[in-house]
Design a protein around this ligand. Structure first.
Ligand code: LLP
Length: 424
């Protein structure tokens, strides 16, 4: 569900015509809807609150990697969201956006000593440890600071899932987490150290998951381990269930609802008396954003192929090039007429810069505006300046008001970042 709808024949973000935003900030641009962010957070919050008996005061920690714009983070922080972070930069963003440090989880497979020390110094809620080597380094860093940060052990439950091999993280061969047997030993080792305080377990098995079964299997592994660890005398008070619930990208599989997902988690955790954490990224942000772009021209070939050449490219929205991801394309001011088949491409100089092949779309002409839907998660955050295309602006809409929340850099700003070597 989202708040990008046709009103009087023109696509709006809430109360604001997208054409107006295109006129004022230019294209391409990302446009986010506050109402959609609020709705998605609210649905998950209500579902978690309805299962307080099984999930405790569950923390919803937005996965900052999905959309790290400060205004987006601040919108969620005001609703009470925490943050799942994977770098010092993400922790700094979460703090700057007003997320209290005791709602920040620090995850990630390769945290540096500097990042761990920073996380300890600002007092994050917990650090999710992903390997024995990392535990040793964390203990050493914490000892130097005379600290004992709360940690969760990230388990690799050997259940992989997700919309694409590149975003599956819970399989045995994936780089993430500690295999179950090793995780038990690691927990015991951590318990014996005065410089870390193990509080629980974590998992995250993949992204864009549209079937509850693998998630349930992973949560069962955590529940099982909790019982075993407690039998060995260890305290386990928190279970971090990761993110991963898929969203509807039109044309793809329909995912379960947040309510069904949380009810399943509550069933598995029932009776354990733990506090749950969820780390949704895509679920909150994907359908809260569109990528607004303009048609540069339509290239018609004599063999009948028709290329819709946009001013947005793979550097602005990587997902189709990287994961063959499907994003729906909609005209901002649809002109009617029978759909035609287009190859939708950007101006970047490689064939990978193709958003869609043989996509049936209403007739489009040069200078028409279109949007890619479902672009609020893993869109702007994954963009680059490839082909020396400056990063594109981000705009946040709330009802009838809108604001540029990351301006388009000028070419001077782009060039001025690079001092010449002094011998040149
Ligand atoms: N927690 C951890 C530890 C994660 O690694 C991730 C995502 C999440 C939570 C949030 O997952 P979500 O709820 O968004 O599925 N760039 C890819 C997605 C990569 C996801 C990486 N980890 C894409 O565009 O599909």
């Amino acid at each position: 569900m989202h708040h990008f709808d046709l009103k009087d024949g023109a696509l709006h973000a809430e109360g604001v015509p997208l054409e107006l935003i295109a006129d004022e900030v230019g294209t391409p641009a990302y446009v986010y809807s506050t109402a959609t962010l609020k709705r998605h957070y609210g649905l998950l919050r209500a579902a978690a609150d309805a299962h307080r008996d099984a999930l405790g005061e569950a923390l919803i920690a937005f996965a900052v990697k999905a959309n790290s714009n400060l205004s987006v983070l601040a919108t969620l922080a005001k609703l009470g969201s925490g943050a799942d972070t994977v770098s010092k930069g993400e922790i700094r963003r979460a703090l700057a956006a007003g997320v209290p440090s005791d709602r920040i989880i620090f995850s990630g497979v390769g945290k540096t000593d500097v990042e761990m020390a920073f996380a300890i110094s600002v007092g994050v809620r917990q650090i999710n440890v992903e390997s024995g080597a990392e535990l040793d380094r964390l203990i050493a860093v914490a000892a130097m600071m005379d600290a004992s940060p709360a940690i969760a052990v990230r388990v690799n439950p050997n259940v992989g899932a997700g919309g694409h091999a590149k975003i599956t993280t819970g399989g045995k061969g994936d780089k993430f987490g500690v295999p179950v047997e090793e995780a038990m030993d690691l927990y015991a080792r951590a318990s014996a150290s005065p410089h870390v305080t193990p509080v629980g377990l974590a998992c995250h098995i993949g992204s864009q998951i549209t079937d509850l079964k693998p998630l349930e299997a992973a949560f069962e592994v955590l529940a099982d381990m909790t019982r075993k660890l407690r039998a060995q005398g260890h305290a386990v008070t928190r279970l971090d269930l990761g993110g991963g619930l898929g969203v509807p990208y039109s044309g793809g599989a329909e995912p379960p609802s947040p309510a069904e997902y949380v009810a399943m988690a509550a069933r598995v955790l029932n009776g354990l008396d733990v506090e749950a954490a969820f780390e949704p990224g895509r679920l909150l942000a994907a359908n809260a954003g569109v990528l607004l772009s303009q048609v540069i021209q339509v290239n018609e070939r004599s063999d009948g192929r028709r290329f819709l050449v946009l001013d947005a490219a793979m550097n602005d929205l990587m997902r189709p090039a990287l994961y063959d991801a499907f994003h729906d394309i909609q005209p901002v001011n649809p002109r009617g007429g029978a759909p035609t088949s287009y190859d939708v491409v950007g101006p970047v100089c490689e064939t990978g810069d193709t958003f869609a092949r043989d996509r049936a779309l209403p007739p489009l002409e040069a200078e028409d505006l279109i949007v890619f839907t479902g672009a609020g998660a893993y869109g702007a955050v994954m963009s680059s300046e490839y082909n020396s295309r400056p990063l594109i602006p981000e705009v946040l809409v709330d009802g009838d008001q809108w604001a540029v929340i990351r301006p388009r850099p000028t070419y001077e700003e782009m060039l001025d970042r690079e001092p010449f070597a002094d011998w040149l």
